[in-house]
Design a protein around this ligand. Structure first.
Ligand code: ADP
Length: 519
């Protein structure tokens, strides 16, 4: 992939900026060959990778180096796109929104600075992967658990900054953030929460600090570069109790949500269970061509054969209770009674007690097995995720499920969906899996994505996170009072980043000088 310059920057000045970056980090950490650029592209792109071509990448090793890079970027008006580990697969991976932007790869900053066993928290740098933190806790026999996303290749910080989630009671990763260190677009360094006291005794203990609370303003935003993050970790419980069930019919997801929602709200269930259709499992263990090679979406009768072969339900529910054994048993009875109103099936029960192998515990044990699914269609696989948030009722969930499935069938993509139940909302992740080499297929997927955003907006649903190519579309669905929220975001953006150098276009927020780039 040849060099694409960012807007406003001449080739000469771009080169000067790269030379200045090399003066800070050393030549070997300025990555600007065609091959380097290829590495930082969206490796799962649905035919739109060329809309998000990185100009280069630079890899600092310290906060001071990040600050120096930011100052140089201001001088030459070269935009930067910070990433932690750049594994944001399905949402753009390591690529920037605006072509020509230089990826600021923080992967070398990967120190675990502190783990506080007594109070269940840690302080880490952006490059710390889920595997790194997990291994650290295990090797040092620290009885604290993390919550990991289905594909745990990425970083703890990157995931929390994108509002990714896992499935333990601490699954909503962004909620675990407690105190950050941030390099502002000016190059200035700030610490949030009580970290703003030079000698804070509570930086990772008390989230709010004093006055406005800034942590969440750096989440899904382009207001700063997070160089340290405090995270709360879950104390290892005495026991866990898993309840698994496979529901045979497509509409069973409705009553399951209605039964589980009040239990999730009142704290019988502390984790956010995910109800996923069986393609999630079938696609990680087989390829579509083994079952069906037609062009359209896989017909329901073929799907039935797949379910039979793998002994799966249409939907698969894995619930997990965490805490004291006796309390888990009591809560399990309540859940079983609720399900008994609708089915004669029994839950498959999985019990774990402290000291048993962690693999079966329901702790966040990192894995990358979920990546297998991209082989479903054959060829060079990829996927994109459409992820609206709904109220947790059967009415909303069933309507959304049927309308999305119909849309998939219209373009010949196999339905792949899950509903994750939080206290007061359901996040509905729909993956579209494709062969990236099949441009007819990826073209249809891109059109489908826009349709799904519009369909959801009509119902009053927004996405909780989106792919680079749709950041503007989704931002524009937040249209109340002539897009007052977007205008507020861009007022803050311009105040913090007058030269518009930090992640232009992220989450649809554009700096003044680059607003003409809005899609
Ligand atoms: P992961 O490490 O989980 O693979 P990424 O590094 O791909 O996650 O990060 C996802 C997105 O989050 C990035 O594209 C960027 O917009 C934002 N991001 C990640 N790390 C930082 C950071 N340290 N500071 C600011 N934004 C970040």
């Amino acid at each position: 992939m040849g060099l694409v310059l960012p807007p406003r920057v001449s080739e000469k000045n771009f080169q000067k900026a790269l030379d200045a970056f090399a003066g800070v980090v050393g030549k070997q950490w300025v990555l600007a060959t065609d091959e380097d650029r290829g590495t930082y592209m969206d490796i799962y792109a649905a035919g739109d990778a060329d809309q998000h071509i990185p100009g280069a990448a630079v890899g600092p090793q310290s906060v001071e180096e990040v600050q120096a890079i930011v100052r140089i970027a201001n001088e030459y008006k070269v935009p930067l796109w910070p990433i932690s580990r750049g594994k944001n697969l399905g949402y753009g991976a390591a690529a920037p929104e605006l072509s020509g932007t230089v990826v600021l790869d923080l992967g070398r900053m990967k120190r675990i600075l502190d783990v506080n066993e007594r109070f269940g928290c840690c302080l880490i740098e952006p490059g710390v992967g889920f595997f790194d933190l997990f291994n650290h806790l295990q090797e040092n026999k620290i009885p604290l658990w993390m919550s990991v996303p289905a594909n745990a290749w990425g970083s703890v910080v990157g995931n929390a900054l994108e509002r990714g989630y896992g499935y333990t009671p601490y699954g909503d990763n962004t909620r675990n953030i407690c105190g950050m260190e941030v390099v502002l677009p000016s190059g200035e360094l700030v610490r949030t929460g009580t970290g703003a006291m030079a000698n804070s005794a509570c930086w990772q203990l008390f989230k709010y600090g004093y006055g406005p609370s800034w942590d969440q303003l750096f989440v899904q935003s382009n207001f700063g570069i997070v160089t340290k993050m405090g995270m709360w970790l879950m104390p290892e419980p005495e026991a866990t109790l898993g309840l698994n069930m496979q529901l045979p019919n497509p509409d069973d997801v409705g009553w399951a949500v209605d039964e589980l929602a009040p239990l999730r709200l009142n704290g019988v269930l502390l984790q956010s269970p995910s109800i996923g259709n069986s393609l999630r499992i079938a696609a990680s263990q087989s390829q579509r061509s083994q079952w069906y090679d037609g062009d359209g979406a896989m017909p329901d009768d073929v799907l039935r054969q797949v379910l039979q072969k793998f002994d799966l339900g249409w939907w698969n529910i894995n619930l997990r209770l965490y805490g004291y054994d006796e309390v888990n048993e009591a809560h399990a009875r309540i859940i079983k009674d609720a399900f008994a109103k609708h089915t004669k099936q029994e839950f498959q029960v999985v019990k774990w007690h402290r000291g048993d192998p962690i693999a079966d515990s329901g702790a966040g044990v990192p894995s990358t097995n979920a990546l297998q699914i991209v082989n479903w269609r054959g060829g060079r696989g990829g996927h994109i995720g459409f992820s609206p948030v709904l109220p947790p009722t059967s009415e909303h969930v069933l309507k959304q499920f049927h309308s999305t499935k119909k849309r998939y069938e219209e373009i010949g993509v196999d339905y792949y969906g899950s509903f994750t139940l939080f206290e007061r909302s359901v996040t509905n992740i729909n993956l579209m899996i494709y062969d990236r080499g099949n441009s007819a297929m990826t073209g249809k997927v891109r059109a489908l994505f826009k349709t799904l955003v519009a369909d959801a907006a009509k119902e009053g649903y927004s996405e909780y996170r989106t792919h680079l190519s749709y950041m503007d579309d989704v931002a524009l669905t937040f249209g109340y009072n002539n897009h007052a929220l977007l205008r507020l975001n861009e007022t803050v953006k311009d105040a913090l980043d007058p030269n518009g150098i930090l992640a232009p276009g992220k989450q649809g927020i554009w700096p003044k000088a680059l607003r003409t780039e809005r899609a």
